[in-house]
Design a protein around this ligand. Structure first.
Ligand SMILES: C[S@@+](CC[C@H](N)C(=O)[O-])C[C@H]1O[C@@H](n2cnc3c(N)ncnc32)[C@H](O)[C@@H]1O
Length: 284
């Protein structure tokens, strides 16, 4: 695991390097695995306080589907919740493009208790999934595909691997969320400053290793450092999932500390300023 609390220079790539966006994406998430924190328990309490509806959503999905593929499993926190709630004989497979995240997820499995199913974890690419066509009952992906170089291609891959009648639960950034708007705004300023001063992600460098993780998780690093960050309008989401039948589409996660947001356990009401669209879609 990388030391997220250190004050070392971030492993940013020079603008002169010719690495493609995939390599930059892998490097970024290897250096800053999602949510940060060093152990499963602190990640879990941080995460489910930040998204109070999320564990109820996972438990609901696990009660409906016995075979789940998670695209972009990060450090495995949700995968472990799936595996604690799937029926015995169920199957959970998680893939992520960042090898460090997958290694951290495997470590988390050794810390987990009450697993009913053993998670199968591997490195993989959302845009070139290593699963047979028409073979998967359910896909889950939280906050991932908007960071992939070609989100459309990743969605086509979800469509390809799902069985007819199979369902995907995909969470993607909502463009009307204040956090997302702020991220686009400051990323624009950062690009302009980088252009003028010939720097590379000047804000990201300023924040990296400055001990914000305890309060903000990896949000600042993600906002400024992540190579790809897209967000969607309602129309944009409908277009992205045009080949699927839409079961439901809500915006959730108002992105306030749980104390301010109130108790939202199990409550997935549509909130206009919610951080993420939850698209529940079915392959016809
Ligand atoms: C914001 S994190 C979310 C991780 C996890 N779903 C969670 O909510 O904690 C984004 C994750 O997407 C992964 N990712 C980005 N592009 C990917 C791709 N093309 N294929 C697979 N994983 C990808 C990153 O490595 C990173 O772990």
């Amino acid at each position: 695991m990388p030391d997220l609390s250190s004050t070392q220079e971030p492993p940013v790539e020079s603008a002169l390097e010719t690495e493609n966006q995939f390599e930059q994406t892998r490097r970024f998430w290897n250096a800053s695995p999602c949510d940060g924190k060093t152990d499963l328990e602190s990640r879990r309490s941080w995460r489910y306080a930040k998204y109070p509806w999320l564990s109820a959503l996972i438990i609901d999905i696990a009660s409906r589907h016995g075979d789940i593929v998670e695209i972009g499993c990060g450090q495995g926190t949700d995968g472990i919740t799936f595996c604690q709630n799937l029926p015995a004989g169920g199957r959970y497979r998680g893939i992520d493009y960042s090898g460090e995240s997958v290694a951290s997820a495997k470590q988390a499995v050794t810390e987990a208790t009450d697993l009913k199913v053993t998670p199968e974890l591997a490195a993989g690419n959302a845009e070139k999934l290593d699963f047979e066509t028409n073979s998967v009952e359910c896909v889950f992906s939280m906050g991932v595909l908007h960071h992939s170089p070609d989100t459309e291609k990743a969605v086509q891959e979800v469509f390809r691997i799902l069985k007819p009648g199979g369902r995907a639960y995909i969470l993607l950034y909502n463009r009307s969320s204040p956090k997302v708007l702020a991220a686009h705004f400051f990323r624009g300023i950062q690009s302009a400053l980088d252009f003028v001063f010939r720097t590379d992600r000047i804000f990201y460098k300023a924040f990296y290793g400055k001990h914000f993780e305890g309060v903000l998780g990896t949000a600042l690093l993600e906002g400024f450092g992540v190579p790809v960050l897209r967000s969607y309008t309602h129309t944009g989401i409908k277009r992205l999932f045009r080949d699927f039948k839409t079961v439901s589409l809500v915006r959730c996660g108002i992105n306030l500390p749980a104390g301010i947001a109130g108790d939202q356990s199990g409550d997935i009401r549509d909130r206009a300023l919610g951080l993420l669209f939850l698209a529940v879609v079915e392959k016809p």
